[in-house]
Design a binder for this molecule. Structure first.
Ligand SMILES: [Zn+2]
Length: 306
């Protein structure tokens, strides 16, 4: 495909907005960031950032990744957890300012797409991505296409039911996987079992670090946590039958200390057991830039639409 103009990705977070120009390999060649302003000023801030990194060069398209429910036409933020957005026509507003096509995508979907195109899911036509951060997010690629669903809000993998009558979730339901297998859940599980200096609560990264130096309580905690995550993933794999499951997010930095128990939990709860082929379970490769990279690629990739 002939490349016409720069491909730019934008990641809108609760505290900062990052923008980057990516090349044909998905590498970020230039980037900039600003604090997130109030929601009405976000389109202008994005346009300023994009102009800054484009430095006068022609733009091909801009892709924006944001947490929240995005409309099926990839233009409107229906609702968002961290920003005061309701039915916000973000794509249209930024497009009017920059004069180029703009596509908006859920940030976890965008990150999953980046792993499919340039990261750990490269070459796999059927892929499930699960991102374990503050919450649990994810994305699904089927037959090489990102699955958005009928209304643009598919692949909310953190909100499958994991425990009947379980813990209250931020989404208002009870027992969602996110309440058992997110970074926040890992820290909660550590209470009473692991302590920092002076009895302080331990953070997710500290738990991972303790496990890396073979602290028995931290290893046991990560093993239980990973097994539960694997159990949740088994439900998704039963439906999707992917080639590969890509695990990302901060907790995935524990590597095989997390992935091995995930594999065991998946094997224990996947229907068909040893009688069926299952997916590979691997760590994501693109880190916290994946959302920006995926959004940029989705803005210009004609094959990205399901
Ligand atoms: Zn939920």
């Amino acid at each position: 495909m002939t490349r016409r103009g720069l491909e730019v990705g934008v990641d809108v977070g609760g505290t900062k907005i990052a923008a980057g120009v990516i090349d044909a390999t998905g590498a970020i060649v230039r980037s900039a960031r600003r604090p997130t302003p109030t929601s009405t000023d976000i389109p202008a801030t994005i346009a300023d950032l994009v102009r800054e990194i484009a430095a006068g060069q022609e733009l091909a398209a801009v892709g924006i990744g944001a947490a929240g429910f995005i409309s099926a036409d990839r233009q409107t933020v229906l609702t968002a957890p961290n920003i005061d957005w309701n039915e916000a026509p973000l794509g249209q507003d930024v497009s009017a300012l920059l004069g180029v096509p703009v596509v908006v995508e859920n940030d976890a979907n965008a990150a999953a797409w980046a792993e499919h195109r340039f990261g750990a899911g490269r070459g796999a036509q059927q892929m499930l991505a699960v991102t374990v951060g503050t919450g649990v997010g994810g994305g699904v690629v089927v037959d090489g296409h990102l699955v958005r669903g009928a209304h643009g809000i598919a692949a909310e993998v953190g909100h499958i039911r994991f425990e009947r009558n379980g813990l209250l979730c931020g989404c208002g339901l009870y027992g969602c996987l996110e309440q058992y297998a997110s970074g926040t859940a890992l820290e909660r599980r550590a209470e009473g079992r692991l302590q920092g200096p002076g009895g302080a609560p331990v953070s997710g990264p500290e738990i991972t670090r303790l496990a890396s130096i073979q602290d028995p309580a931290a290893c046991e905690l990560l093993a239980e946590f990973g097994h539960d995550l694997g159990e949740g993933i088994a439900t998704l794999v039963a439906v999707l039958d992917p080639e590969v499951v890509v695990i990302g997010g901060g907790v995935a930095e524990a590597g095989d200390r997390l992935l091995e128990p995930v594999r065991r939990g998946l094997a224990a709860f996947l229907t068909g057991g040893d009688e069926r082929p299952g997916p590979r379970v691997v760590a994501a490769e693109l880190g916290n830039q994946a959302g920006l990279v995926g959004a940029a690629d989705l803005a210009t990739d004609p094959d990205a639409d399901a």
